[in-house]
Design a protein around this ligand. Structure first.
Ligand code: BEZ
Length: 304
């Protein structure tokens, strides 16, 4: 059994159709069918129920699929990490969600660069969902994001929980308040959430905070990204809910107030490939915690 048999079988099982699987694999259908037949002969069991449309897996097929997928993930990780180890110059590609750029990310990257000038650091703005794909494809080595995922090929460390704040246009009836607001004070306001895609995203975290409080906002508009949401708030088109870091954005005509509900928090997550234990990652984690210490922030220390 070769790795290509696993790849072909996973494509057929996921697409539930030989034609679509062949297209996805960029091969013709007859050789794909032959390879699956060869695999079944080699294993001595049927993996696909004969004549089923759409295609159905046998019990053995389901078992094989469940184990083949993590194996392929490991092979892909192994490739990305071996390429990393083999490189003479040390590099670290960092994916980050936009909100962190207005908060602690610049301090953390500066600290890391001061401590490790020999490492070439590159930064790439992307959503958490995009980070997971980029990690698996070896395009980034670490992602700073906000959305939890159950992907077994990714290791996640929850760095801290960050309070959500509401961004209001200056002159808004709530903007003069000295104390914070509750989510229930916001349900009749036009709410701008971001990013529209890919999902799940911070937009879902904000909507989940309302539903956890048994509330439904009246008017929700999804916008492409944080910067658009904030521009629209400044223009008086609505309000938005953002992590506290965004206070660093200093937008003219925008006022921020803390949200006082107990669960109105967004986590900051550190994600890496499951097998990756490179010193660059340990050092990046140490840079994060040293900035937290300097800022007097509360956190629970995680390990790679
Ligand atoms: C934070 O805000 O906690 C954070 C931001 C960027 C990278 C790591 C942590």
């Amino acid at each position: 059994m070769e790795l290509r048999h696993l790849r072909y079988f996973v494509a057929v099982a996921e697409e539930r159709n030989f034609t679509r699987a062949a297209e996805r694999l960029h091969i013709a259908q007859p050789p794909l069918s032959r390879q699956i037949q060869q695999l079944e002969e080699d294993l001595g069991v049927a993996l696909i129920e004969k004549g089923s449309r759409p295609l159905k897996l046998t019990e053995a097929g389901q078992f094989f699929l469940a184990h083949a997928k993590p194996l392929l993930d490991q092979v892909r990780d192994l490739k990305a990490m071996t390429q990393r180890v083999g490189k003479l110059e040390r590099t670290l590609s960092v994916g980050f969600v936009a909100s962190t750029l207005y908060g602690l990310l610049p301090d953390i990257i500066r600290r890391y660069r001061e401590r490790h000038p020999e490492v070439e650091v590159t930064l790439h703005e992307m959503t958490t969902v995009e980070q997971l794909k980029a990690l698996k494809e070896g395009r980034i080595d670490v992602g700073f994001g906000r959305i939890k995922s159950e992907d077994p090929s990714i290791r996640r460390i929850r760095l801290r929980d960050e309070r959500m704040v509401v961004a209001l246009p200056s002159g808004h009836r709530l903007a003069e308040r000295k104390e914070g607001v509750r989510l229930r004070d916001l349900i009749h306001e036009p709410l701008l959430v971001y990013p529209k895609a890919p999902r799940p995203s911070f937009a879902d975290q904000v909507l989940a905070a309302f539903s956890e409080a048994n509330l439904t906002p009246d008017h929700v508009t999804e916008v492409r990204e944080l910067q658009i949401a904030m521009g629209l708030v400044a223009a008086g088109q609505g309000i938005s809910i953002v992590p506290e870091s965004v206070l660093g954005m200093h937008h003219r005509n925008v006022v921020y107030l803390p949200i006082e509900d107990d669960h109105a928090f967004s986590p900051v997550l550190f994600s890496v490939r499951h097998m990756d234990r490179s010193p660059e990652l340990e050092n990046m984690l140490a840079a994060v915690y040293s900035i937290y210490d300097d800022m007097g922030l509360r956190y629970e220390m995680g390990r790679l």
